[in-house]
Write a protein that binds this ligand. Structure first.
Ligand SMILES: NC(=O)c1ccc[n+]([C@@H]2O[C@H](COP(=O)([O-])OP(=O)(O)OC[C@H]3O[C@@H](n4cnc5c(N)ncnc54)[C@H](OP(=O)(O)O)[C@@H]3O)[C@@H](O)[C@H]2O)c1
Length: 410
């Protein structure tokens, strides 16, 4: 590639955890980038709440990197940059999962690139793989561990037998969880990332509001211990899949058998499994967040933007979002230990078409528990059974149901 003495000017919006790491990385890697693409990147202006002027930064840049986060003013700046003919790189999952269609349309109209690898799974190159390497594959399903905070908490609960509250505190002390961990532990952060992945995998608009999500706050150390006996480990799993001519995108805690490619992903790591007839299954994993890691994904996007062209997602026909899907379940019941208990539970499960795959019974008297894994059934039927079982007079607490990903991997 022909070298030019003109620098490639990057206007940097946001100078926090990722923005500051990005500035450092650009300074460190500028020479190597210049050797590869023929132009030396440099930060031509920085905007924070107390520093810089957006119009001046825009004027003096070839590309804008948005690392402010949230919706406004990030959305306005990204739109204005693209309308002014600038490529944009962002790591903002909230913005893309809620305003992606608008932003991609403006990118197409203005023939600029909008790149966002850092928005999902940190440095794991899943966006690029879906947009480029697997562009011709008919993706059937994606499973992802796309939130490192919750994966760390669940891994520690399983490893050390500690409670959710203890594991969360530990995650905060180590910097894996924010002081306000709500977005992470409720599944909302993962839901935003799954909306973006589903959009790319199925070429259909997917808004964050269409993603059903459930968090990990109600998971007990007890559930983890019982599941361990049944050969299961718990993860917060994002799923995006084709179902009955539509799609389903959801995030919820789910048990996995040991052979599943995501079962061994522990600590603050992320991993995404893509399934398609053509490729069978591929799994990508790596650090899910962190300033330097995300900055590396952002710089990768900047370099890609320096070498044109890359495709921007096309608008396509919307696929219906399917609400009720089939899943296997783990069911945990605290019962009074007396004759006929199992028969009554089995009868209700049978009425709803549920059949038992494996089963553990523990304790006596007031301490009796029945823990089972059910073969896949429609979620609505499982929850109908759970409501009915919950009303039986020998139940000492509401039954707990957690999904199980029951796929064969060899
Ligand atoms: N942290 C991670 O590990 C990680 C991983 C993946 C993706 N991301 C994404 O990367 C983005 C940045 O995250 P971060 O952790 O670096 O955030 P952060 O540490 O909170 O930094 C945000 C930066 O944006 C600036 N800012 C906030 N509001 C602004 C406004 N109205 N006008 C101008 N500047 C404003 C802040 O300025 P002040 O300095 O003046 O407050 C700060 O410099 C987010 O979209 C996040 O979701 C982060």
């Amino acid at each position: 590639m022909a070298a030019t003495s003109e620098p490639f000017r990057i206007g940097l919006l946001g100078h926090g955890t990722v923005g500051a790491a990005f500035e450092t990385l650009v300074a460190e890697r500028a020479g190597a980038v210049a050797a590869t693409v023929g132009q030396r990147p440099e930060i031509s202006g920085v905007l924070t709440r107390s520093r810089g002027d957006f119009d001046e930064i825009l004027e003096g840049s070839d590309l804008i990197v948005e690392l402010i986060g949230g919706i406004e003013p990030a959305r306005e700046y990204v739109l204005r940059a693209m309308r002014a003919g600038r490529h944009v790189v962002s790591a903002n999952k909230q913005l893309l999962s809620q305003y992606g269609e608008e932003l991609w349309a403006v990118a197409r109209e203005n023939e600029v690139q909008l790149r966002f690898e850092g928005a999902v799974a940190g440095v794991v190159p899943v966006i690029r793989v879906l947009q480029e390497s697997l562009a011709a594959a008919h993706v059937e399903r994606i499973h992802g561990i796309v939130n490192g905070t919750t994966n760390y908490i669940l891994s520690e609960m399983a490893r050390a037998g500690i409670s959710y509250e203890q594991a969360l505190l530990q995650a905060q002390e180590l910097g894996y969880a924010e002081a306000d961990p709500t977005d992470d532990v409720t599944g909302r952060d993962a839901a935003a990332k799954m909306a973006i992945l589903a959009r790319l995998a199925f070429s259909t608009p997917v808004h964050l509001d269409q993603v059903v999500y459930e968090g990990i706050e109600h998971i007990t150390a007890d559930d983890m211990a019982y599941a361990d006996e049944l050969g299961l480990g718990l993860k917060l799993i994002g799923t995006a899949e084709r179902v009955d001519g539509g799609i389903s995108v959801r995030v919820h805690p789910a048990f996995l058998y040991g052979e599943h490619p995501l079962a061994t992903v522990n600590g603050p790591f992320n991993a995404v499994t893509v399934e398609s007839d053509a490729i069978t299954e591929i799994t990508m994993s790596g650090p899910g967040a962190g300033g330097p890691q995300t900055a590396s994904a952002v710089l990768g996007d900047v370099i890609s933007a320096m070498i044109p062209p890359a495709s921007t997602p096309e608008t396509t026909q919307a696929l219906p979002v399917v609400g009720d899907v089939v899943s296997a379940f783990y069911l945990h019941m605290e019962v009074a230990d007396r004759p006929g208990v199992l028969a009554q539970i089995a009868e209700i499960l049978g009425m709803q078409g549920a059949s038992i795959k494996s089963f553990v019974q523990r304790g006596l008297g007031d301490n009796a528990r029945l823990v089972m894994v059910l073969h896949p059934l429609l979620e609505s039927r499982l929850y109908a059974a759970v409501r009915m079982i919950g009303q039986l007079d020998f139940m000492r607490a509401a039954p707990r149901a957690i999904r199980v990903i029951d796929e064969e991997f060899s």
